[in-house]
Design a protein around this ligand. Structure first.
Ligand code: Z5A
Length: 209
């Protein structure tokens, strides 16, 4: 039996880390074999590439170079972790995946969506997440939450304009694949956010067990 692939996405300060832990615990409580992972990263090589992507540096980071590093990390991660886990029947819970590339590199950096789709096909073929939680938040509110955490990485230093484009990118992805996305209003209190997540997650698990 093959497993399932669940991803979680959103812009800055949306509460992904907080809610990823909640989702994981709920999946474990349902008796699922869960593999929790993240992008960029998820293997030693991919984590090194993550450091390259997030580090603040003086040299201008070329957007195409950024895109290629994102997919280099993804190829390592997808082939060494995600795919084998799904094939063994595990449920993979991944913090960000290719929707983030369309949103950040496509809509945020302005790179060609066609080129991203070509790389997507090269790296993951036709495999897509079965369920994607999109935690949606007003960009300014998210940035306030993220800034309160302290030191900002290279992406976190981008301005609201960038994150508004990223958010629009996610909205386009949702229009394109409405059946696999579940949008959660992340501007609510954490209790209410998690109530909404629990409802959708339980429904998904119950229909696939
Ligand atoms: N990136 C890319 O460009 N292309 C790609 O293909 C991929 C990634 C895969 C790193 O991602 C960067 O990589 C990312 C895009 C790029 N950069 N950005 N921006 P990441 O996912 O590792 O980093 P992140 O976006 O900063 O995620 P995060 O660490 O999970 O942060 P978060 O979503 O802000 O979550 P949080 O730390 O749980 O919450 C933030 C704060 O808000 C925290 O203090 C919480 O206690 C608080 N919080 C959470 N929920 C609530 C509610 N409901 N009310 C009040 N306060 C709350």
């Amino acid at each position: 039996m093959s497993g399932k692939f669940i991803t979680i996405e959103g812009t800055e300060g949306v509460g992904k880390s907080t809610n990823l832990a909640f989702i994981k615990d709920r999946m474990l409580a349902k008796g699922l074999d869960v593999v929790v992972t993240r992008e960029p990263g998820g293997t030693p090589v991919a984590e090194e590439l993550r450091e390259i992507l997030l580090a603040n540096r003086e040299e201008r980071f070329d957007a195409t170079a950024e895109l290629l590093i994102v997919f280099a990390a993804r190829a390592q991660h997808f082939n060494n972790v995600i795919l084998p886990a799904i094939e063994q029947g595990s449920w993979v819970l991944c913090d960000r995946f290719t929707d983030a590339t369309f949103a950040y590199q496509g809509y945020g950096r302005g790179l060609s969506l066609e080129s991203i789709a070509t790389l997507e096909n090269l790296v993951q073929g036709n495999i897509q997440p079965d369920l994607t939680f999109f935690l949606d938040i007003d960009v300014e509110l998210g940035l306030r939450r993220a800034n309160a955490r302290g030191k900002l990485d290279r992406f976190e230093q981008e301005k609201s304009y960038f994150f508004n484009n990223v958010r629009q990118g996610y909205q386009q992805r949702i229009k394109q694949f409405p059946q696999r996305f579940c949008t959660i209003d992340a501007g609510q209190t954490l209790v209410n956010v998690q109530k909404d997540i629990a409802l959708a997650l339980d429904k998904f698990i119950d229909s696939h067990q």
